[in-house]
Design a protein around this ligand. Structure first.
Ligand SMILES: Cc1cc2nc3c(=O)[nH]c(=O)nc-3n(C[C@H](O)[C@H](O)[C@H](O)COP(=O)(O)O)c2cc1C
Length: 381
């Protein structure tokens, strides 16, 4: 990479009243190390190390909102209750003391409840239409898929109101414990995404039936959060074409459709669109080399963030199939796209696990770290 002062990775960015020192973002990564949902000092240390390493913004692992079927894994952290909130206060203080910024990723798994842990069958699962989605290319087990494909009760208007309120409460708690903004997991087939995707949203009412009505639930969640957090802090929204039920699924078949749905989210109060994809440089639509983050910026004018396989020659899913993740120096290609203004921020996942000092490594042009799943996904370090 070029000298730090010339690299687009190391330019500051202002969004609302938050100033990021650089464009390097730690991508949200579930760790399941918060026993009974309470993040401990080890979690605070884990994030502090990335802040000390110079990462401009940390987006936390997915954090359960205050709703009975939000997350099925008991070791995923909560954003409610005195103990968990006290734990998060330690995390935000540790990161701020190290000069970093940190935003929690609010999560409701929706149709994918039961994929990570055992669930109580008495608790109602949140699905827009009671369906799990159309099965395509997936890495889920046959056993889980067979269970998940049973029909459940669609969400009622009351369920919808309850979940919106639960997102707003989580956002209020995020502010209370000192986070610098709010991020939403709106991709990968989870609850917010399941309203956008026609494979899971088969409603014909105010919450589904066409793209405009499919967009309404995520937009209402964003509005409720904006009303809670005020005008000072940023809201980040992660979206994706792919679903964990089907990696080839799409919520937008054309740039026009993408512009329509993302535009509604930006109008509702989103500041940063986080385009989740397996490789940051993959063309999003036929006939153009522009990436998904590039299109998101082009069709909305909003700040956008790319992600996927920075410094690694294999996408997350492919590397999970055979355990291999060879390094790949694609940093110059990344910088070119950022210099061209294609997107504004880059989220980096696995290399942040491999190297807590990743931002410093990149700034000093040191050799890229090598990601080893067995070592780096297995423990907090
Ligand atoms: C261990 C692990 C856990 C992840 N958990 C989440 C998550 O909780 N929320 C989310 O939006 N993405 C999650 N992801 C996806 C990452 O945020 C990122 O998009 C993906 O790893 C691609 O970036 P990379 O190639 O730099 O790793 C996870 C990825 C990994 C490796």
């Amino acid at each position: 990479m070029g000298p730090p002062e010339l690299s687009p990775l190391f330019r500051p960015l202002e969004v609302r009243s938050l100033t990021l020192a650089n464009r390097i973002v730690m991508s949200p990564m579930t760790r399941s190390y918060s026993t009974a949902g309470v993040p401990g000092l080890d979690v605070a240390d884990y994030y502090r190390r990335r802040a000390e390493g110079g990462t401009g913004l940390i987006v936390t692992e997915g954090v359960a909102i205050d709703h009975p079927s939000a997350v099925d894994d008991p070791n995923v952290p909560l954003l409610r209750g005195q103990s968990a909130l006290a734990g998060w206060r330690q995390v935000t203080e540790a990161v701020h003391d190290a000069g970093g910024k940190i935003i929690p990723q609010l999560w409701h798994v929706g149709p994918l409840w039961g994929a990570m842990g055992k669930v109580d069958p008495a608790v109602k699962q949140m699905r827009p239409s009671g369906v799990w989605g159309t099965l395509g290319t997936t890495s889920y087990s046959d056993e889980y898929v067979a269970w998940a494909q049973r029909a459940t009760e669609p969400m009622t208007d009351q369920d919808i109101a309850d979940v919106i309120a639960a997102f707003a409460r989580a956002a209020a708690n995020a502010m209370e414990v000192g986070f610098d903004g709010v991020a939403l997991h709106g991709g990968h087939g989870y609850l917010l995404d399941s309203f956008l995707w026609a494979g899971t949203n088969k409603r014909d009412d105010a919450w589904g039936g066409d793209l405009e009505r499919r967009t309404r639930f995520p937009a209402e969640v964003v509005k409720a959060i904006r009303a809670e957090v005020g005008d000072e802090v940023p809201i980040i929204y992660r979206f994706s074409q792919h679903k964990q039920q089907d990696y080839t699924a799409q919520i937008a078949k054309t740039p026009e459709e993408l512009g329509f749905l993302l535009g509604a989210l930006v109008d509702a109060g989103v500041d940063i669109l986080d385009a989740s994809i397996r490789r940051f440089d993959l063309p999003a639509f036929e006939g153009s080399q522009l990436s998904l983050a590039g299109w998101a910026k082009k069709v909305t004018g909003a700040i956008t963030m790319a992600v996927g396989s920075v410094g690694i020659g294999k996408s997350l899913r492919d590397s999970r199939i055979d355990g291999m993740a060879p390094p790949l120096d694609n940093i110059a290609a990344l910088e070119r796209r950022m210099t061209d203004g294609e997107f504004d921020l880059i989220a980096i996942g696995r290399l942040h696990l491999a190297d807590p000092g990743l931002a410093r490594t990149l700034r000093e042009g040191l050799p890229l770290p090598v990601f080893d799943r067995a070592r780096h996904e297995g423990a907090l370090h």
